[in-house]
Design a protein around this ligand. Structure first.
Ligand SMILES: Cc1cc2nc3c(=O)[nH]c(=O)nc-3n(C[C@H](O)[C@H](O)[C@H](O)COP(=O)(O)OP(=O)(O)OC[C@H]3O[C@@H](n4cnc5c(N)ncnc54)[C@H](O)[C@@H]3O)c2cc1C
Length: 385
């Protein structure tokens, strides 16, 4: 099978995911949403089936597949009404470790992650005072002999309570060139919990297991450093292309979910003695959402293809994320309108998915930041910040 082929649809993977999602129907997600609980059984099933380790090379126990395979997995999960947010970071965090981690780190952790005996789900970048301005983070990592001492606070660190490892960005230098000050660490949180790492959950409008994480004189060995000191920002930017592509794939799945639900409902719901779908004011928004979803899908495929070939793909990954997040939000709004009053009923799941898909125009990167990237880096206009 040609893994580089953007037309490869990975039907076997899609079927496998659909079979798993049948065991975790929408009623499962609805219940967890109501109690804001982590979908542990779903994550364990995905892990055991090997889907979360598709990006780990075979020599470390993974499937060694391409980003396109990972993209299809997340798209399909979301298309089925489920949500990959409980575990997607394992896929996109992997890129930084695979590309820049030394072989000791990889040998230590990748086989365990592939087996499912430890989880790498937490990614600590955002801080309360720096927000989108990552270069201004304050969490510090000070060298002390063969160790680093870490102090500071992260916010919106999703899944920290359910992850053994965290990939953490911290400030290790004081150079005038801000981007040379940041370093990336892979830290096993388990021995430090409630001693020098403290996790506080944040209540949110969706079920996302997100938290604040506090580091108080956390002492970690220098062997936790990913790649070289001072190159963390570069590594993160590198990894962000994978993150953008994979989150775009979740948006794509959401958009397809809303379109499927809306067209079915439009055909079945009878008002004024005829299906509401006979009205063009109901049809056209569904068709427009479909057109924009297909366009986003093409851009995702193109970004996957470039990423696989190790070509530059910053522009395409950002475009894919922008277009797919817009398409999923347009589809969500369209589905709310198509379902009318019933869209507000929890029973139909439209309101749950509507809340969930709203996230993607803000996180992991907000639409404004993508537009700024396109304006500055692609179109050559002056920097606005
Ligand atoms: C549910 C959830 C889960 C998350 N999970 C994680 C995680 O696991 N790890 C992690 O590190 N982070 C995570 N985040 C953080 C997320 O990446 C940030 O919320 C996002 O990057 C925006 O940062 P901010 O919220 O601080 O917004 P701010 O930076 O305060 O920005 C607020 C608004 O102003 C806009 N803005 C700011 N500056 C400019 C500018 N110069 N030009 C134009 N517009 C601008 C932004 O685009 C945004 O719309 C998560 C967030 C949420 C809500």
């Amino acid at each position: 099978m040609n893994d580089q082929n953007i037309d490869e649809n990975w039907e076997d993977i899609r079927e496998g995911i659909r079979a798993i999602c049948k065991k975790f129907p929408e009623s499962y997600w609805q219940k967890l949403d109501q109690s804001r609980s982590y979908p542990l059984d779903f994550v364990n099933t995905l892990t055991k089936s090997g889907y979360l380790s598709v990006l780990i090379p075979e020599k470390y126990g993974g499937a060694g597949l391409s980003i396109r395979a990972a993209s299809v997995i997340l798209e399909e999960i979301h298309w089925q009404g489920a949500n990959g947010a409980a575990c997607h970071a394992q896929m996109y965090i992997m890129g930084s470790l695979l590309k820049h981690g030394n072989s000791r780190l990889k040998e230590k952790y990748l086989p365990e992650i592939a087996k499912g005996s430890i989880r790498l789900q937490a990614f600590g970048v955002t801080e309360p005072t720096s927000g989108s301005d990552t270069l201004s983070i304050k969490t510090s990592a000070k060298k002390s002999g063969k160790n680093y001492i870490i102090n500071g606070q992260k916010v919106w660190t999703s899944r920290a309570e359910y992850s053994d490892l965290i990939l953490l960005l911290a400030k290790s230098g004081d150079s005038e060139t801000k981007q040379n000050n940041l370093s990336l660490f892979l830290i096993d949180m388990r021995p430090h919990l409630n001693k020098s790492i403290f996790i506080k959950p944040i209540k949110t409008m969706i079920n996302h297991s997100t938290t604040e994480v506090f580091f108080e004189n956390l002492k970690v060995s220098e062997s936790c450093l990913v790649g070289e000191e001072g190159k963390g920002f570069k590594y993160i930017l590198d990894g962000m292309n994978a993150e953008r592509i994979l989150i775009a794939s979740e948006c794509l799945g959401d958009a397809k979910y809303f379109i499927d639900k809306a067209k079915k409902y439009a055909n079945e719901r009878i008002v004024f003695g005829r299906p509401i779908g006979k009205n063009q004011s109901i049809q056209f928004p569904i068709s427009r959402a479909y057109a924009n979803t297909r366009a986003a899908e093409l851009m995702i495929k193109e970004a996957c293809s470039l990423y696989n070939k190790n070509f530059k793909c910053g522009e395409e990954s950002n475009l894919a994320k922008l277009l797919a997040a817009d398409a999923s939000w347009e589809s969500a709004d369209m589905a709310m309108q198509t379902f009318g009053g019933f869209s507000f009923s929890e029973e139909y799941n439209i309101e749950r998915k509507f809340r969930e898909t709203r996230l993607y125009r803000i996180a992991p990167v907000s639409t404004n930041m993508i537009l700024a990237y396109l304006s500055h880096k692609v179109l050559g206009m002056p920097r606005s910040y």
